[in-house]
Design a binder for this molecule. Structure first.
Ligand SMILES: Nc1nc2c(ncn2[C@@H]2O[C@H](COP(=O)(O)OP(=O)(O)O)[C@@H](O)[C@H]2O)c(=O)[nH]1
Ligand SMILES: [Mg+2]
Length: 206
């Protein structure tokens, strides 16, 4: 069949097949949680080193009235199962990110996904802050520690983080950061804050 690859094809392949670096000694499973349209898929896409696995479907007429489209006129796809991505935060530490759908009907699925997760980053949108309660409640019930990050959509009103903390009734130690889900730098800072918080809680280090 003449299947041997030419050197240039091999080089291309080794760039596209993306292995975990050999230096990695620890991997951590994290959830990226939050309600519908808050930016989870965008976030995982911004930080992942591998092409994120996405299961997006165009929102059809059928989901109108099922998914809460209020305030989201531009949203045309929805994650039907999950997003998956990987990031090597330092040479020893790989993070596996599972973006979990926020719609109420998917809660059984993300309860499954929360098994083995060290913690969660909960994205919130201040235009629909009340929707975050359900997500935080399920994480608390399942004992999954979390930090919260405000996805600052342009044009949405900005609130001081202390006000958001009060509105969400967060524990004093729960980290609260702000990010733009399209901007890798701000996403990374929020992830690092979460990981530091989780390792601190474990009383260990990376
Ligand atoms: N302006 C702006 N748009 C964003 C941001 N994050 C996500 N979006 C858009 O908001 C919509 C919902 O984001 P998506 O990642 O699909 O949300 P998900 O339902 O939580 O996965 C999409 O059209 C994104 O392109 C952001 O930080 N700023
Ligand atoms: Mg999504």
């Amino acid at each position: 069949m003449g299947s041997a690859l030419s050197p240039s094809e091999t080089a291309t392949l080794s760039r596209t097949v993306d292995y975990v670096p050999e230096t990695v000694t620890r991997s951590v499973k994290l959830l990226v949680a939050g309600n519908f349209g808050v930016g989870k898929t965008t976030f995982v896409g911004s930080v992942s080193e591998i092409k994120p696995l996405r299961t997006e479907e165009t929102i059809t007429e059928a989901s109108v009235g099922v998914d809460d489209m209020a305030g989201l006129p531009g949203k045309v796809t929805t994650t039907v199962a999950m997003d998956f991505g990987r990031i090597t935060l330092n040479p020893q530490l790989a993070l596996y990110l599972f973006g979990t759908p926020g719609q109420r009907r998917f809660i059984p699925l993300w309860e499954e996904l929360s098994r083995g997760a060290l913690g969660a980053l909960v994205l919130i949108d201040t235009r629909r802050i009340d929707k975050a309660d359900e997500v935080l409640a399920v994480l608390e019930e399942r004992g999954v520690p979390y930090s919260v990050a405000v996805n600052e959509f342009e044009g949405s009103q900005r609130f001081p983080l202390t006000e958001i903390r009060d509105a969400l009734d967060l524990e004093p130690g729960t980290p609260l950061t702000a990010l733009d889900a399209r901007d890798r730098g701000t996403c990374l800072r929020s992830l690092i804050t979460l990981v530091e918080y989780l390792f601190q809680r474990q009383g260990g280090s990376s």
